[in-house]
Design a protein around this ligand. Structure first.
Ligand SMILES: [Ca+2]
Ligand SMILES: [Ca+2]
Length: 134
């Protein structure tokens, strides 16, 4: 028999991974094992509720939830800003702002080039082997 604690831990591990990209979920992980268990999730959500329940009635109105949501989004927003701010000087220049577009451009050109090479090889190679009727 496995105890419930163990079960929850295993469940948490199965749900881990991509979920941890969310900084708010990351902050729920209190025991530092890199994963958020359902119990940690429950406590984390409860803590958020208490933190943003401004009138203390034990539930969140839309306004109160909006504050919670903005705080969570702000963490992701700051994360995005830091990714764009390539030299880390606290300012995103137009150059840095354009970097993702340049990267996309590069990738599309690479894809187009490899596509051309591929179809070129197909055309060049197949004309030689005309006797393929075994
Ligand atoms: Ca409230
Ligand atoms: Ca910068």
């Amino acid at each position: 028999m496995m105890d419930p604690q163990m079960m929850m831990r295993m469940h948490g591990q199965m749900m881990g991974g991509g979920m941890m990209d969310n900084p708010m979920l990351k902050s729920f992980n209190t025991d530092g094992d890199g994963r958020v268990s359902p119990e940690e999730m429950r406590l984390g959500q409860q803590a958020k509720l208490e933190q943003f329940d401004l009138n203390g009635d034990g539930s969140l109105t839309l306004d109160e939830f909006e504050a919670l949501h903005s705080a969570a989004i702000r963490e992701m927003m700051v994360d995005k800003f830091q990714k764009l701010d390539n030299d880390g000087d606290g300012q995103v220049t137009s150059e840095e702002m354009a970097a993702p577009a340049r990267k996309m451009d590069r990738m599309q050109k690479m894809r187009a080039q490899s596509g051309q090479k591929h179809s070129g090889a197909m055309v060049g190679g197949n004309n030689e082997t005309g006797e393929e009727n075994n």
